[in-house]
Design a protein. Structure first.
Length: 87
């Protein structure tokens, strides 16, 4: 049985915002359809998922990945930093 490699091809630093979604790095005209996150410095992380859920993940460890399809990382309620969006 072959193992599938899951690799990203785009990565951009996340700018925290309570009103603006993470932009699509491939096209500014096309909205972001969801990305996963790498969290460099741990803490609470409040996100908006592609399904429209506003959820706070408590005490995310630094150096970890959040395998949730995310549209936005809120500035209010987020303590984690050095966050990178991955597609």
């Amino acid at each position: 049985m072959a193992n599938q490699k899951l690799q990203i091809n785009r990565a951009v630093p996340v700018v925290l915002s309570d009103t603006v979604d993470i932009p699509n790095p491939g096209s500014l005209e096309t909205p972001n359809e969801g990305c996963v996150l790498y969290v460099g410095t741990g803490g609470d992380l409040r996100v908006l998922t592609v399904a429209g859920d506003d959820v706070t993940f408590k005490n995310i460890y630094g150096g970890s990945f959040l395998p949730i399809q995310v549209l936005r990382v809120f500035s209010t309620g987020t303590v984690a930093s050095d966050i990178v969006a991955l597609w």
